[in-house]
Ligand binder design. Structure first.
Ligand code: XIL
Length: 353
């Protein structure tokens, strides 16, 4: 907490010395050297990054410099907020709220319900339940308590994360599905809406940025929930890629199709693992183009309101802990220097009307 407090001063200085503020510099003007948040402000979108606790004094100042929205990689997941049955712990998430508030950043709450085959943070005491009513009561208590704790302070929640199978386009039959039926998704949204009627509530899904059967299934589920009158306000397209993966036209079309249903859209977990052939410069150029394609697809559609990267510097990325080092998926390099990817994002943001 002390370190976060010390950063407040630094951030206030950083913000006042930039080209943001009331008399905003035109980021498209010759010689303008805007940060990502300045470019995003000009584009009318929010720009965010996921972060974590790191023992690295350069980490948070770099986050503050380029972003105006944050998501914690884990502090709001079930395992963190209710590690034991009935025992809530908001220490890490509260520290994030304080940090965000002091630096004028909005917060994406990630995530209330996420029970998947791998990676998720749902404790065993949840997945071990066999009685539907016991799970229903626990789910209601969890959502009411967590969303209620942040009522009026978290502007968007990923209410249900990854309801579909990772590879495939079927709804994943997690513990909630097994005991409560497919209606668990609608129930979760109703509960979150009661706990904070002003929060924008999201369904968030992986591998749906491009065209395909999984996106079609997500679109159909969204339409179905809206038809039922479920308080679903937004859809998050995660956007974990390897270079060469993003497709501008398909992403823009997907965003437009969701927007036509009446929801807002966000790109919620963007990173692009550096792969492919050619020398490093060629691969970095490919990554720059990919980032441009993503950012420009978002700003091309009014309903796309925010882009969140899953990290921001290659020095600290969740990709390393899963696949090892060297995949360099983010806009800033290991020394917090701007990569071609950074300029791809910025140019993409500024490519809109
Ligand atoms: C990841 C975090 O980045 C890691 O720190 C954690 O160990 C596992 O989860 N999709 C999601 C995110 O929705 O919550 C995941 O975050 C990355 C994949």
């Amino acid at each position: 907490m002390k370190r976060i407090g010390m950063l407040l001063l630094g951030s206030a200085l950083a913000l006042s010395s930039g080209c943001g503020g009331d008399d905003q510099l035109d980021c498209r003007a010759d010689g303008a050297d805007c940060t990502l948040s300045e470019a995003a402000a000009q584009a009318g979108v929010l720009i965010g990054a996921a972060f974590n606790e790191k023992d690295d004094p350069e980490y948070l100042p770099a986050l503050i410099k380029d972003f105006n929205s944050v998501t914690h990689e884990g502090a709001m997941k079930w395992g963190a907020t209710q590690p034991e049955y009935g025992v809530f712990n908001f220490d890490k998430a509260d520290a994030m709220m304080e940090f965000a508030g002091a630096n004028g950043m909005t917060v994406r709450g990630h995530t209330l319900i996420w029970e998947q085959a791998s990676l998720d943070a749902t404790p065993e005491y949840v997945t071990a339940i066999t009685d539907p009513e016991a799970l229903r009561t626990l789910m209601a208590d969890h959502i009411r308590t967590v969303v209620g704790h942040y009522r009026g302070r978290v502007d968007a929640w990923d209410v249900v994360n990854e309801p579909f199978e990772t590879a495939g386009s079927q709804v994943y039959e997690n513990i909630f599905y097994q005991l409560l039926g497919p209606g668990y998704i609608a129930e979760a949204f109703e509960l979150a809406h009661e706990a904070d009627p002003d929060a924008t509530l999201f369904l968030n899904e992986a591998l749906v940025s491009n065209a395909g059967a999984k996106f079609d299934a997500l679109l159909a589920l969204t339409a179905d929930l809206l038809d039922q009158g479920v308080p679903l306000h937004g859809v998050g397209l995660q956007g974990h890629f390897i270079t060469g993966g993003p497709n501008h036209d398909e992403l823009r079309t997907n965003i437009q199709k969701l927007a036509a249903l009446g929801v807002v859209v966000e790109l919620t977990e963007v990173d692009i693992v550096l792969r492919g052939t050619g020398d490093e410069a060629t691969r970095l150029e490919r990554q720059r183009q990919d980032y441009f394609d993503l950012a420009s697809a978002c700003v091309a559609v009014d309903a796309c309101k925010r882009i969140t990267f899953w990290g921001f510097t290659d020095r600290h990325t969740w990709i390393d802990s899963f696949f090892g080092p060297g995949f360099a998926p983010l806009p800033l390099d290991e020394n917090y220097e701007r990569k071609p990817a950074y300029f791809g994002v910025r140019d993409g943001l500024l490519s809109g009307p």
